[in-house]
Design a protein around this ligand. Structure first.
Ligand code: FES
Length: 126
């Protein structure tokens, strides 16, 4: 399945900046973090198109910013808990809506490993 394509979205008025590691990423109030990162061609994955169903858009929030975000909704929390390697620093980029209080939000893309949909005859299943 291909990742959703946000490349044809119009470029918004730029009103805030995310920090992807050391790289500034322009974003607009009302965007999700996912939309901002896709628009900036960061390579973040989003197999479900931002519907909180795949977990491929997982990001790690810098410690200083974690308390600035509202807690994850039940669907997001449930999906995060099912992803390998998730810690309390992780969120789904598609579920974070940007507002002016998040100007400078510092994140890292941390997509979980994807499972192969095929199982060879040499692999065992759990
Ligand atoms: S894009 Fe699928 S959960 Fe965020």
């Amino acid at each position: 399945m291909r990742d959703a394509d946000f490349s044809e979205d119009a470029t918004p008025d730029l009103t805030l900046t995310l920090r992807l590691g050391e790289t500034p990423v322009a974003a607009a109030v009302g965007d999700s973090v996912l939309v901002a990162l896709r628009r900036a061609a960061t390579g973040i994955r989003c197999i479900c198109g931002g519907r909180c169903a795949c977990g491929t858009c997982r990001v790690r929030i810098a410690e200083a910013w974690q308390a600035c975000l509202p807690p994850p909704a039940r669907n997001e929390a449930r999906l995060l808990a099912a992803l390998p390697g998730t810690t309390g620093a992780h969120r789904l980029a598609c579920q974070i809506t940007l507002d002016t209080t998040l100007d400078g939000l510092a994140i890292e893309i941390d997509s979980p490993p994807t499972r192969s949909t095929k199982t060879s005859s040499l692999e065992t299943t759990e």
